[in-house]
Design a protein around this ligand. Sequence first.
Ligand SMILES: C[S@@+](CC[C@H](N)C(=O)[O-])C[C@H]1O[C@@H](n2cnc3c(N)ncnc32)[C@H](O)[C@@H]1O
Length: 280
Amino acid sequence: MYDQLSERRYRQIATVIEQNVGIKLPPSKRTMVEGRLRKRVRTLGLSGVDEYCKTLFDEGQLEAEYTHLVDMVTTNKTDFFREPDHFDFLRNEAVPRLLGEGAGKRDRRLKVWSSACSNGAEPYTIAMVLEDMAQQSAGGLRYSILGTDICTEVLEHAVTAVYADEMMAPVPAEMRRRYTMSPRNKALRQVRIAPELRARVRFHHLNLMDATYPFDRDVDIIFCRNVLIYFDRPTQHEVLTRLSSHLRSGGYLILGHSESAAGSNLVGLRQVMTTIWQRQ
Ligand SMILES: C[S@@+](CC[C@H](N)C(=O)[O-])C[C@H]1O[C@@H](n2cnc3c(N)ncnc32)[C@H](O)[C@@H]1O
């Protein structure tokens, strides 16, 4: 018989995920969830997705399996230089304005947070842009980047910083030459982000649904892109309110292009572009 989740089992999974991770799992996502669970079912040598749910909900394995479950239901699609106008804004507007304000304090370190960083493509893109600016500016530019995500698997990938050659296609050739290293074995068709960039980016596990975030409250720029779409409106608002409380005055919040509506009604922030807000 075809391996499917009963409606009751799907509701149990959806409830755990919606309550803890914020990701909405309406009935229309059932086929997708089943497909993702089947791979895990094979790894565990179980008979099917229904037996998997039985071990989780009837035999007390939910806690032990929780990390895998979360990793399975998150969608981690990302790219280097995704939504490239945000990186133009970073280079041409945000950094000059933020550092212009801090004139006389040129050794101030710029803090950037990629708050749903997936496999690291977003924070390493930020690092490439800032490193490029640092090398071009006479006075130098000090910066640090924090990447956080709820998915353990992508965070491990981000730390290794090894990517398939195809992923590098959107990276300008000169940046690829400067900021990536090719392995001796070219047949692998992959590159690794250069050590000087890796040293600027640190990664932590973080659930945006948590009531507080254990990070600095004077962040210059927060990227929160292509994650709010998975949450309902009240959750979007709560997450953005918490994130913006970590921005310094004058700092920027950058959302994904399909998420700009989530930024409306944010207290203490003014919209400077369709997807960008500034803390007052
Ligand atoms: C589609 S990716 C977007 C990655 C990147 N920001 C970009 O725009 O390319 C969404 C990421 O959000 C993460 N995510 C989903 N729910 C989350 C939560 N509650 N807390 C933190 N990260 C979450 C997923 O694990 C996934 O890596």
